[in-house]
Design a protein around this ligand. Sequence first.
Ligand SMILES: [Zn+2]
Length: 283
Amino acid sequence: MSDWLSQNKIKAAFYSLIITNILVWGFYFSQPDGDFRLKIYDVGQGDAIFIRTSRGYKILIDGGPGDRVLDYLGKDLPFYSKKIDLVVLTHPQADHLTGLIQVVKRYQVENLWVSQVTNTTRGYEAWRQAIKQSRVKVTTVHQGKKLQLADGTKITVLWPTSSVNSRDLNAYSIVLLISYGSFDAMLTGDADKKFQPYTSSSGHVEVFKVPHHGSKTAINEYFVKSISPEVSVISVGKKNNYGHPNENIINFLENIGSKVYRTDKNGTVEIVSDGKSWYTKTN
Ligand SMILES: [Zn+2]
C-alpha cells in the first residue's frame, strides 16, 4: 500500500468517526432523559420560559423583548428539530411578545395559546402577520382550560376569566399551573396582585414565577403565603428603567422561606424534576 493510499484511509476513518460522533451526540441530546425541565431564560427585561417535559414535549411561554430567545432555543433544541409543541403568549406586550415573532417564523410551532386581548403596536401587527403566514393552530384560552400530556404533565389555565374588562393589558395575562407528579410551577406573566388569587383553590407550589418582573404591585401577600412557594424566580433586566424588582417583594418572599432567584443576577434559572424530587440550577 502506498503512503498516499494509507493516509487517505486514515483520513476517511477519521472523518467517519467525527460524523458518527455528531450523530450519536445529536441523538443523545435529543433524547428525553425522563426529567421535566423548566428554564426561565435570562432575556433581559422581559419573560421567556422553556419547558421540556419528560417525554420531550416542548413548550415556550413568551419570547422576551428581543431575539435572545433564538440563541437559547438553538442550544436547547436538537439541530435537526424545529418543532415546538406549544407556544403561549401570556399577553401581547413587547417584553413578552417580540422574541416570539421570529420563533413563529423560524420554528414549526404546532399550537399557540393566546389570551383574548390584542394590541395596537407595530410589533403586534408584525406578530399577527407572522401567525397568518405560519400554520400554527391558535386557541384563545381562559381560566379552566386544561391539557394533559401523555407523559402525565398537566397544564391548567388559572387566569384570565372571560369576563375580564380592563384597559390594563396585564389584566389579561395568562397564568398557568404546570404539574408533573407532585411538582407544581405557577407561571404568572404580568398578572399582578389585583388579580390574585387567580382561582379560589390554589395549593402549595414548588416554583413561583413572580408576576410582572417583581414590580411593587406584583403580589398579594395573603395569596403568596397560601401557595408558599419554595422557589420564586424574578425575570428582570439589569438596571432596567422601571426599578424592578421591588426590594420589599424580595424581602417578603425571603421572610416566608422562599428562595429567590433573579435572572439579572443569576442568569438563566433551570428547575429539574423527576415528578417527586427537584432541584434548581443556575448557569
Ligand atoms: Zn412584562
